[in-house]
Design a protein around this ligand. Structure first.
Ligand code: SF4
Length: 541
């Protein structure tokens, strides 16, 4: 018996149809735009891949990256439109690095107008280089708020079309996005890995319809992700990643030159050896990718995401090799494609094949006991304890402290004392938190760590995918979310740290008193509370 082939469906909307079909398995092929105009000779290869794959019903969609690696390239919608002309369904990547929220809205309407409604929402790699030096990154919103923005934008467009008399099903088809999110299950440390899972849940709440994994070469990690989703009841289809290696790519990933893409030393050794063969390891690397396809089918992923940058023939070859593996023997490939970094956390016990079982990993379980948490609380810094104490008594709405300070700010703000009070606030917050005076404070959201000064991408709704071993993808910093996870765990709050409203920072509050904005109901907490109240009123009406 051979493996079940990808569900044959192609053309506009094929990804959604395939993924939503029980047991559907999508094959997505990545295309990377080039630095130049559409007619630039550099585009010949990706354009040829799109053309060569036209009419191939095994290919569910082409997926176009957005300034991948932080380098300026042709926008993905331009290449996406060319791919669509060949009849392909297209995933357009949208990264938060280069556009503010207004540009995102414009882009959203632009994409809907052009029928490019399947999107992968990303924070985006930190900029790498640019015209006359390093560009200033935007990161006005993050991937979670981008998902929410695009979902709302699509819902509004649909509602307007229905109001104008369009059939509801046709309106939704024409005006709603099919939204994707990224998830990186290949982290070594618990403090990097678990927040990734928590953020995926938040992305699903924000509107993600499907997810795609980051580049990684560890079948065990893929099984951990599936096990985590099963145990937390998070029902989101996930497409597994298979970036086809070469010796050079393996070296680049191993050296940490592409944020979030990891190749272990042991896997690098194998890749280096294979790359010395007469075919430069081509047969080995295509078989390696085929095994990842087999694994994805066996573990119940919703599809495979193939990053093949040479030619369309490689895609066909990988699928043929994968089909040749007996479906009932998919576990036999696992050991060949499990290349975890040494010391990788085991949230679950593993079975004989090295795949996650439903049993919680012994060491991880031991760290979750009340005794372990109590011991860990003994090492918590007095300053963090004080921050929590102060927040509970003064900054929590409804407490006597909050009410007193609200009254005080209401009296002081219209007077000349307003400025000195702001100076006093900064005198406390700059040395304690490296505060940047954004005016819409997220300290309580991130265990009293400032995202403006401690996160290079100002991520307010969980970590981006770039952290490695607790370090930010931008060298010289720890990851603010890994640190927050560590701070919250002794209190048993780490698993719920993202079970809260999505934070969208209001830039009109910059250089104004965050305390005043909190006590007088102008910050994101107050805005979220008002939105909740409005929603509840709407439900009652
Ligand atoms: S601090 Fe963490 S979330 Fe922020 S940019 Fe760095 S790796 Fe990403």
């Amino acid at each position: 018996m051979t493996a079940q082939p990808a569900t044959p469906d192609a053309g506009p909307g094929a990804l959604r149809r395939t993924i939503e079909q029980p047991g559907g398995f999508a094959t997505v092929v990545e295309l990377v735009p080039w630095a130049g105009a559409l007619q630039d000779p550099k585009g010949a290869k990706p354009l040829k891949i799109a053309a060569d794959l036209a009419g191939n019903t095994r290919i569910t969609a082409l997926s176009i990256t957005d300034n991948a690696g932080g380098f300026a390239k042709l926008p993905p919608d331009v290449l996406g439109e060319q791919a669509a002309k060949h009849g392909h369904d297209v995933i357009v990547h949208v990264a938060c690095r280069d556009r503010n929220r207004n540009a995102m809205q414009s882009l959203g309407w632009n994409l809907l107008s052009r029928g490019l409604s399947t999107v992968l929402a990303l924070s985006g790699d930190y900029p790498a280089d640019g015209y006359e030096g390093m560009p200033r990154p935007v990161f006005d919103i993050d991937s979670v708020s981008l998902l929410e923005l695009l979902r709302k934008l699509g819902d509004e467009a649909t509602a307007k079309a229905i109001e104008a008399g369009t059939d509801p099903e046709a309106a939704a088809k024409a005006s709603r996005f099919y939204l994707g999110a990224a998830i990186d299950p290949f982290k070594r440390l618990e403090r990097d890995l678990v927040p990734q899972f928590l953020k995926l849940a938040m992305k699903a709440r924000a509107g993600a319809d499907y997810a795609i994994t980051q580049v990684g070469y560890d079948a065990r990690a893929n099984s951990v992700l599936k096990q985590w989703l099963a145990q937390t009841g998070l029902d989101i289809p996930v497409i597994a990643n298979a970036f086809v290696l070469t010796g050079g790519v393996a070296r680049t990933f191993n050296a940490g030159k592409v944020a979030g893409c990891v190749v272990s030393d042991a896997l690098l050794e194998v890749c280096e050896r294979e790359a010395k063969s007469p075919d430069k390891g081509r047969a080995f690397f295509l078989e390696f990718a085929a095994k990842q396809v087999v694994m994805a089918r066996g573990l119940g992923f919703a599809g495979i995401y193939l990053s093949v940058h040479k030619d369309a023939g490689d895609v066909t070859k990988i699928l043929e090799l994968a089909d040749a593996h007996p479906a009932d023997d998919w576990r036999s490939v696992i050991k060949d494609i499990s290349w975890a970094l040494p010391g990788t956390v085991q949230p679950f016990e593993l079975d004989g094949d090295g795949l996650a079982t439903p049993e919680i990993g012994r060491a991880y379980a031991a760290s979750l006991t009340p005794e372990a948490r109590k011991r860990a609380r003994g090492a918590v810094s007095p300053m963090y304890k004080f921050d929590r104490f102060l927040h509970d008594r003064v900054f929590t709405p409804g407490t006597p402290g909050f009410n007193t300070w609200s009254k005080l700010y209401a009296k002081v703000e219209p007077t000349v004392l307003d400025k000195p009070l702001h100076v006093l606030e900064q005198a406390a917050k700059v040395p304690l938190f490296d505060c940047r005076d954004c005016g819409d404070c997220s300290l309580p959201d991130i265990a009293y760590l400032c995202p403006e000064s401690h996160c290079q991408k100002n991520q307010r709704n969980g970590p981006c995918g770039g952290a490695h071993d607790g370090q930010c993808e931008v060298p010289g910093h720890t990851c603010v979310w890994a640190d927050a996870y560590q701070r919250l765990k002794p209190y048993g709050e780490e698993l719920t740290m993202l079970e809260r409203d999505i934070v969208v920072q209001d830039n009109s509050l910059r250089r104004t008193s965050a305390w005043g904005n909190t006590f007088l109901g102008r910050d994101h907490y107050a805005r979220a509370a008002k939105a909740r109240a409005k929603g509840a009123e709407g439900e009652q009406a």
